[in-house]
Design a protein around this ligand. Sequence first.
Ligand SMILES: CC(C)(COP(=O)(O)OP(=O)(O)OC[C@H]1O[C@@H](n2cnc3c(N)ncnc32)[C@H](O)[C@@H]1OP(=O)(O)O)[C@@H](O)C(=O)NCCC(=O)NCCS
Length: 146
Amino acid sequence: MYWEDPPKDREAAVRTLAMPKDTNGLGDIFGGWIMSHADVAGAILAYRRAAGRVVTVAVNDVKFLRPVFVGDVVSFYCDVAKVGNSSITVEITIFSERNDGGVARHVRVATASITYVHIDLDGRPRPVPQGEDQKRPRKDPDGRPS
Ligand SMILES: CC(C)(COP(=O)(O)OP(=O)(O)OC[C@H]1O[C@@H](n2cnc3c(N)ncnc32)[C@H](O)[C@@H]1OP(=O)(O)O)[C@@H](O)C(=O)NCCC(=O)NCCS
């Protein structure tokens, strides 16, 4: 799920300050900077859910909704959207906290969906430990997988 407003009951996975060195040719923050932090934020959650090493296998979706400005405090909130056998898909909602005329406000600036794969020491996929969020095969009343 993507958040409309920053959730109040948890900390962001990553929070950082947008600096002048991170700007594009227009003077706004470069999209690649946002994507890089989104990847790190999602990887932290996937690493915790997998209880081990993960690598990014796919960036499924990124939407840049509003510009990020120099001086914004940018927060990355993450939720597990799907757990497969070895994969974990994380949805990331990104908010800028900016100061307009002395009033701080939060603006949803981007969303992203990124899939990670839990790997062993040889870099091969390995199963994610079972959890409540895991998609289990449904069984019919006779116990056969549907
Ligand atoms: C990630 C990697 C280990 C997967 O190896 P693989 O042999 O392709 O593995 P599989 O085909 O068995 O797929 C593993 C899982 O990834 C999922 N997956 C593979 N490609 C995918 C894609 N394009 N989008 C979403 N999921 C994908 C599969 O559905 C599978 O999920 P499941 O186990 O939950 O069903 C391998 O591709 C790799 O090492 N890639 C490089 C990773 C990397 O360097 N990332 C950047 C730096 S972190």
